[in-house]
Design a protein around this ligand. Structure first.
Ligand code: NDP
Length: 288
């Protein structure tokens, strides 16, 4: 069987998804086609064309994730929590109407990458910087009681945004009785606070800027992760942490490949090991 796959978005020409999925397929001896589809007008029209010509599954990126949420006829629990869909799978016909399962693999991809990197999660105090779409995506797995995190502090310029995310997720995620959730602004982060893991989920690295946090916070941390990714795996944020002796510092390429792996599993039933593909994509980026 050949899986006909694609990624939809705008812009789309720089998407690494075709390379990532072709690499997964070659590792597992599977046959896929994977194209980039630019959505200039309506997502639903482009998706109809793709699925009526034999499309089996697709990824959806900015700005179409909410359109894909509407397009799906059924949602996975994690897509319901995220209220955004980055993966669709054709599941058959009901009353001659095509059915599509909508999923959101961003959070699970991030979590898969933390596990790959042996991030210390059990009993740990975690600081997340930023409260945008990415933070919303990564929080459910970290908040789940089975992850056994001790506390999660989210810092953002506006704390109202954080409280809204917490309230919404607490209704849907079983956090257990002991998880401490704290909303903070940057000014309230004190040098003597202790966080084992610091995650940069702001968009600051994109502009080569650092979040305004006391440098001591890096020095106390064991593990630092920037969701932004670069050719060589270092960002302004991971460089700062490394200069302050944090041993384990990573960029977000593993998360990108991780979310792709989770989509690939939904379509083919195979959850790819991501290590080889991360190395391959990094080498491709370095040649560009
Ligand atoms: P959003 O635009 O939804 O959120 C951006 C966040 O950055 C907000 O919390 C915003 O704060 C904060 N921010 C922006 N400018 C500043 C500033 N000058 N000072 C302090 N905070 C600032 O973006 P996303 O959440 O979608 O993405 C965030 C990052 O994660 C990006 O770098 C993106 O590339 C990366 N990402 C990586 C993925 C991967 O697979 N590796 C997947 C998804 C995202 P405020 O609320 O105060 O405006």
């Amino acid at each position: 069987m050949t899986f006909k796959l694609a990624v939809f978005g705008n812009p789309i020409e720089h998407s690494l998804s075709p390379l990532i999925h072709q690499h997964f397929a070659s590792q597992y001896g599977q046959d896929i086609t994977y194209e980039r589809i630019l959505v200039e007008h309506t997502f639903a029209q482009k998706a109809d064309e793709f699925f009526s010509s034999g499309g089996f599954g697709c990824n959806i990126t900015v700005p179409c994730k909410l359109n894909a949420l509407d397009y799906a006829t059924e949602l996975t629990p994690r897509a319901k929590i995220a209220q955004a869909v980055n993966t669709l799978k054709f599941t058959g016909f009901v009353n001659q109407k095509p059915q599509f399962l909508g999923d959101n693999t961003d959070g699970a991809g991030f979590f898969q990458d933390l596990k790959r990197l042996n991030c210390p999660l059990k009993g740990s105090n975690i600081l997340i910087l930023g409260a945008g779409g990415a933070t919303r995506g990564i929080l459910p797995n970290l908040m789940d009681y089975r992850t056994k995190v001790k506390s999660i502090t989210v810092a953002n310029r506006t704390t109202a945004k954080i409280r809204k995310i917490f309230e919404n997720l607490q209704e849907q995620v079983d956090t257990g009785a002991f998880l401490e959730l704290k909303a903070s602004n940057y000014e309230s982060l004190e040098p003597d606070m202790h966080f084992d893991v610091i995650i940069n989920a702001t968009s600051l690295s994109m502009n080569n800027e650092l979040p305004k946090i006391p440098p001591e916070l890096y020095s106390h941390a064991q593990f630092v992760y920037d969701l932004y990714y670069t050719k060589d795996g270092s960002t302004i944020f991971t460089n700062k942490a490394r200069s302050l002796n944090v041993e384990h510092c990573y960029d977000g390429l593993g998360m990108l490949v991780g979310q792709a792996a989770q989509s690939y599993e939904l379509w083919t039933g195979v959850l790819p090991d991501t290590e080889n593909t991360i190395n391959y994509i990094r080498s491709v980026l370095q040649q560009q």
